[in-house]
Design a protein around this ligand. Structure first.
Ligand SMILES: Nc1ncnc2c1ncn2[C@@H]1O[C@H](COP(=O)(O)OP(=O)(O)O)[C@@H](O)[C@H]1O
Ligand SMILES: [Mg+2]
Length: 364
């Protein structure tokens, strides 16, 4: 039956996709009017240009239609500054309650105070261009395919390529000072690139950079996460070290190409993880391992054996070898991304296997 109560009850199940909370509990539903089989109502969004408006509208309409409504008219409004401040304050309070202490929760390693309780996995490499970001993005997507709640912090200040690689065009919603990550393929993403105008090159100086990263950990409303992946800057410079030290409990995956020199340089990143930051290394990913030619033969374009040698020298497992080849996604696809391999692409399957290994090594 169509009553204000039944509609409110139905909308209790409809969540704000960014906050993952019921529209009713967020006090976003107002002014319900019922005339015969027609329903109209106001939905009050956190900010006016909410990027997920269409999704919210669809979900609200569907929920009310299921009660027997024929026509549902949604009018959008935006919260007042006071309402937004109150919401932001309650999100912060919730964040502090879920973090705060350094106790162990479930299988998760204890966190430093104030940062999200989750399993941190940093993706590191000796030098740029070996596929660190590609591996970060695809491991995250594969973990999400396994049903895990996953986030990425794109901490590579020189690159911040994660949004582009995932085909993200929108910017994060900011409610007062609470930043909501952008979700794509079930992965929550935050990147330096979101806060840079028109891809302008930026010279990040130490203090600002440190502040940004701290914000990404402290001010971003991650919600519950099983894994938070960090795309680190390449190498063993100060910045990489800072990031490492900000998250003392992080585990690491080292990415290299099969070339001996690349593996040698990557070993230094591995050595830093072990000696300076005492991060456990989960293993090595060898990327660009071979190219399969038309006859199905493997060509070892960048040499052979680097990943295995590196894994040996760090005394860890070679987790996988990823061949050369593009995902072959088509631009017309509304879910297009240049760098994400789908689960039916052979390389996507390699990433699924990598994700399985990660879930075994780092239990949630
Ligand atoms: N297995 C692969 N096959 C083909 N191209 C790849 C592969 N891995 C990475 N690339 C491409 O190589 C370039 C460098 O990869 P990227 O992930 O940006 O490296 P990094 O983050 O280490 O600098 C990108 O253009 C990326 O699309
Ligand atoms: Mg990169």
């Amino acid at each position: 039956m169509l009553t204000t109560e039944s509609i409110m009850e139905a909308l209790r199940e409809v969540k704000d996709p960014e906050l993952n909370k019921s529209l009713v509990s967020l006090n976003m539903i107002r002014n319900i009017q019922i005339q015969g089989h027609d329903v109209s109502l106001d939905v009050i969004l956190t900010i006016r240009g909410c990027p997920l408006k269409i999704k919210i509208q669809e979900d609200v309409e569907n929920a009310i239609r299921q009660l027997g409504a024929e026509r549902v008219t949604v009018t959008f409004g935006a919260m007042t500054d006071e309402e937004r401040a109150a919401l932001s304050a309650s999100l912060r309070a919730e964040q502090h309650a879920s973090r705060g202490n350094a106790t162990t929760q479930g299988g998760k390693a204890p966190s430093a105070p104030g940062i999200p309780q989750t399993n941190y996995i940093a993706i590191a490499s000796g030098k740029g261009g070996v596929g660190k970001s590609t591996v970060t993005v695809n491991l995250a997507v594969a973990l999400a395919r396994l049903g895990k709640k996953v986030g990425i912090i794109d901490a590579d200040i020189y690159g911040f390529s994660v949004p582009d690689m995932m085909g993200i065009e929108q910017r994060p919603t900011v409610i007062d000072e609470v930043i909501l990550p952008v979700e794509r393929y079930g992965v929550k993403v935050i990147s330096m690139g979101f806060f840079v105008e028109d891809n302008a090159p930026v010279v990040w100086r130490g203090p600002i950079l440190g502040k940004m990263l701290r914000n990404f950990l402290h001010e971003v409303h991650w919600g519950e996460l099983d894994y938070l992946l960090l795309d680190l800057p390449p190498g063993t410079g100060d910045i990489a070290l800072d990031v490492h030290q900000m998250i003392p409990q992080s585990k690491e995956i080292i990415v290299t190409t099969p070339h001996a020199t690349a593996a040698f340089v990557a070993a230094r990143a591995g050595a830093m993880a072990l000696s300076t930051t005492k991060h456990e290394i989960l293993g090595v990913v060898e990327n660009m391992s071979w190219y399969t030619d038309r006859n199905g033969d493997k060509e070892y374009v960048f040499g052979r054996g680097g990943g295995e040698k590196l894994a040996e020298s760090l005394n860890v497992e070679l987790l996988c070898q990823i061949p050369l080849g593009a995902p072959g996604n088509v631009l017309e696809d509304p879910e297009y991304s240049p760098s994400v391999y789908s689960s039916n692409h052979p390389t996507g399957k390699v990433y699924d296997e990598l994700a399985r290994k990660v879930t075994q090594a780092v239990k949630t």
